[in-house]
Design a protein around this ligand. Structure first.
Ligand SMILES: [Zn+2]
Ligand SMILES: [Zn+2]
Length: 342
């Protein structure tokens, strides 16, 4: 059997490779990949703009598939199960691993990003404990679990309370998922900022009651009392960080969910002078993943709409180029890797 993949050889360059089908370690399962999402971080890596993910690997961390092989010590999973994979791999022994925060493990590896090849190939071996069964649920929609869990984690990391008025900066997938979770968690007012009209329209259509604006349309009096109670920065540029800092009422919290450049030029003076609190948010833990899966299964919004393009495995390079240069049209692009999925 062949295991064809797309090796991320160099910036803006994928090379077709054919690796052996992996054998599972005792506590692993081998997954035949169904769908894989192209993440904003994949696009950043592709163009050399990701500070931590570089060429020399197979990308792909948002994925679903079916189990084809099982390690000797794996229980509760069987060959043929449809699954979604939580791609973080942690050591289990460091301070944060032993205190419920394995997403910031000292030895953190991420399947398809750091230290472990990802799912832009037909077969991938993963730890059984990072695999969640889907039953009859759509493999295509379940591929959204990973980016949704990023939004869930950001909200759970924050001081958010039902009834808060919230500003979300960025209407890409992470901003949208953050906003969706805030909406269903009881945000009283949700204002979403983006530069791109199509994305704003998309957010407005998807999330009931969301107010969508361009950055220059922001006014603090859109909120009840001197601006938002809480801000989620879901882009990760100096400009959007500065928008967050300048939009914040004195003494409020900004969640940094977007991945910023390694060195940023932001107005830290206001962080000190206005006692702003900037809280970083990285990936998710199991609880976030399960919440995201549950909301997807319940169909809380029309999640189908978020999948704006599905490409065949052979078309992966075109899918990257198109998604990169058509931000207005593309929210989430999926690659259909396995022929067995519909
Ligand atoms: Zn992702
Ligand atoms: Zn650890």
């Amino acid at each position: 059997m062949k295991n064809e993949g797309w090796y991320f050889e160099d910036l803006r360059t994928f090379k077709r490779v054919d690796n052996p089908v992996p054998e599972p370690l005792p506590e692993e399962v081998v997954i035949e990949v169904g769908y894989v999402g192209i993440c904003g971080s994949d696009l950043h890596a592709y163009t050399g703009e990701h500070p931590l993910v570089s060429p020399g690997k197979i990308l792909g961390h948002e994925f679903t598939g079916r189990i084809t092989k099982i390690g000797d010590e794996v229980k509760d999973l069987k060959i043929g199960d449809n699954v979604v994979v939580e791609p973080s791999i942690s050591c289990g022994t460091c301070y944060n691993c032993t205190h419920g925060r394995y997403n910031i493990c000292n030895e953190l590896k991420v399947i398809g990003c750091v230290g472990h090849d990802g799912a832009f190939q037909h077969f991938v071996s993963v730890p059984a404990q990072k695999v969640y069964t889907l039953g009859e649920f759509s493999m295509k929609l379940a591929t959204l679990t990973e980016p949704f869990a990023v939004g869930v984690h950001g909200v759970r990391r924050s001081s958010f309370k039902p009834g808060n008025e919230v500003l979300v900066i960025g209407a890409g997938p992470i901003g949208l998922f953050t906003a969706i979770f805030l909406h269903f968690s009881g945000a009283k007012k949700l204002v979403i900022i983006d530069l791109i009209d199509e994305r704003l329209r998309f957010a407005r259509d998807l999330i009931p009651g969301a107010i969508t604006i361009k950055p220059e349309e922001f006014r603090k009096d859109m909120f009840t009392f001197e601006g938002p109670d809480l801000i989620f920065e879901c882009v990760g540029t100096d400009a959007t960080m500065n928008t967050a800092i300048e939009s914040a009422r004195k003494g409020t919290e900004i969640l940094l969910v977007g991945v910023p450049p390694a060195i940023s030029n932001v107005k830290m003076i206001y962080v000190q002078d206005r006692e702003l609190k900037i809280t970083g948010s990285l990936m998710y833990v199991k609880e976030d993943f399960l919440v995201a899966m549950d909301l997807l299964e319940k169909g809380m919004v029309d999640f189908d709409k978020i999948v704006t393009g599905v490409y065949a495995f052979d078309e992966l390079p075109e899918a990257f180029e198109y998604t990169l240069s058509n931000k207005a049209k593309c929210i989430k692009t999926l690659i259909r890797v396995g022929d067995f999925v519909d």
